[in-house]
Design a protein around this ligand. Structure first.
Ligand code: GLU
Length: 492
């Protein structure tokens, strides 16, 4: 049974790399009937914000990765915010102090800077080690009201070797690390200490996190050992690179990076299930060629041993393709509902009015034609007004295409007869097949090429470059509306 945890710090908005970690924790625990815990690591008080914390929870819920235990859901490990667990850390600090594995260090940050600089001048790295203070120094510090920190004594003679389960065995010579601050002057523990205590206290069996934590793991292991606790398994997931090969991270400025935050994906009207599928496949290779997995299917198919060892490359086009596929798979009713949800959320007043006033049956009529053509719902807002509105101005350049031998003269030469042919069809005859049959014979009779008629018809009805075809549009818009649009073009 695997007990995993996703432990975000509320210092950033939810990034797709973090969702990847949460997803793999979720999948591993679900597969084994274990537990997936959400823990909020908010000890970095200077950078943690309530706003980020709320947004983390909101967006995790949006992705459907519901935690078994965590904020709002006690699974026996309560509390789940590190700032509410301070007493617990204190208990462990006492153990380390009493066993001489941790000590009070009293330098000010200015003094530490000087020490660092002195070493730099000698071209040596600076590693803080325990100092013996004279009684006079201690007295002076006391009078100065200096507040000490607590440091953990790094076992410098040790080489820590551990098996990273994603990659390979890794070794760290501990001499390269200075003694670790585990509790700051304000009695708040640092990340390194709190994470170890919580992983012990929450019985975590598998620590899954980004590769950027690999060096931290060496420090954590010596802390685990100092507390005489069993080690969890460590899985370090490769990084995410953008298509120029540069590392993408939660520290990237969102303005510089195209769609890496989960909320940006929603703002672009993506479906969460598509994002989850896209993220899973960026880091994990299924056994076969299959690409599309629902969350339930991922639980069955996912194999953490097949997580890629090399860095993942972000491919926005693939995200779009995945989203398009998920839109296509929606039932017509669900498609309509979700488009409307988005229009209510992001659309302008006109769209909201359309959602409220246009009969649902009409939405269901065009749904099958349009859902196969879209990659995000935003495209619906951008390009699909033609289902509801007539063009405000007639764009003849859209209709006439020199290269396709479609000129205004040709269009005007067949349009009146074409309107007449369509006018002869009764409302009952107004089906896609009949329209098609009639128009094809009309085109043949006129000795024109199909596209010379169908492109202009489609363009006149929709006034956009891409839409369902002419037969489909005529059928969806219905006889009356189609003829109004065609006549308007002809008469203007
Ligand atoms: N709080 C850490 C972070 O947001 C996660 C640490 C971990 O998973 O161990 O990077």
């Amino acid at each position: 049974m695997h007990i995993t945890r996703f432990a975000p710090s509320p210092t950033w908005r939810l990034h797709i790399g973090s969702v990847r970690t949460a997803l793999f924790c979720y999948l591993m625990s679900k597969q084994s009937g274990g537990k997936y815990i959400l823990r909020i690591e908010d000890t970095d008080q200077a950078r943690s914000t309530k706003l980020n914390e709320e947004s983390l929870l909101e967006w995790l819920q949006w992705t459907d990765l519901h935690w078994d235990a965590g904020p709002g859901k006690d699974g026996g490990e309560w509390p789940y915010y590190q700032m509410e667990r301070l007493e617990l850390y204190n208990k462990y600090v006492q153990i380390l102090l009493e066993s001489w594995k941790a000590y009070y260090a009293r330098e000010t940050s200015e003094e530490l800077d000087e020490m660092r600089e002195a070493m730099n001048k000698q071209k040596k790295p600076f590693h803080y080690r325990q100092k013996e203070y004279t009684p006079e120094q201690l007295e002076w510090y006391k009078q100065e009201w200096r507040i000490p920190v607590i440091r953990f004594k790094i076992p410098v003679d040790q080489t820590v070797t551990f098996n990273d389960w994603v990659k390979w065995e890794t070794s760290f010579d501990m001499k390269q690390f200075g003694d670790l601050v585990i509790v700051k002057g304000d009695w708040i523990p640092t990340y390194h200490f709190a994470v170890v205590v919580d992983d012990i206290e929450m019985w975590i069996t598998d620590v899954i996190r980004g590769e950027d934590h690999l060096t931290n793991t060496a420090k954590h292991i010596v802390l685990f050992e100092a507390i005489w606790a069993d080690l969890p398994r460590f899985w370090h997931l490769p990084l995410l690179l953008n298509n120029t090969g540069k590392k993408m991270s939660k520290r990237d400025d969102p303005a510089d990076v195209w769609l890496v935050l989960v909320d940006q994906f929603r703002d672009e009207w993506f479906l969460p299930e598509a994002i989850i599928n896209f993220i899973a496949l960026m880091w994990w290779n299924p056994w076969d060629e299959r690409e599309f997995f629902s969350l339930e299917e991922l639980v069955k198919a996912f194999d953490i041993n097949r997580v890629q060892k090399s860095n993942a490359v972000y491919d926005y086009k693939r995200a779009l393709r995945f989203n398009g596929e998920y839109i296509k798979r929606l039932s017509d009713q669900e498609f309509v509902q979700r488009v409307k949800d988005y229009l209510y959320l992001y659309g302008d007043e006109q769209w909201k009015e359309i959602c409220e006033t246009i009969d649902n049956d009409y939405w269901l009529t065009f749904a099958p034609y349009i859902k196969v053509r879209m990659q995000t719902f935003k495209q619906f807002e951008q390009y699909c007004q033609y289902f509801f509105l007539r063009p405000s101005t007639i764009d003849r350049d859209m209709v006439n295409k020199e290269k396709m031998k479609i000129t205004e003269d040709i269009v005007q030469s067949f349009l009146p007869d074409c309107i007449e042919v369509l006018e002869h069809l009764s409302v009952q005859q107004w089906t896609e097949e009949t329209i098609k049959e009639e128009l094809i014979s009309f085109i043949q009779a006129k000795e024109l090429k199909n596209w010379q008629v169908l492109w202009p018809l489609r363009a006149i009805l929709t006034w956009v470059e891409a839409s369902p075809g002419a037969f489909e549009m005529l059928f969806v818009l219905g006889k009356e509306e189609s003829l109004v649009r065609l006549k308007e073009y002809h008469n203007q």
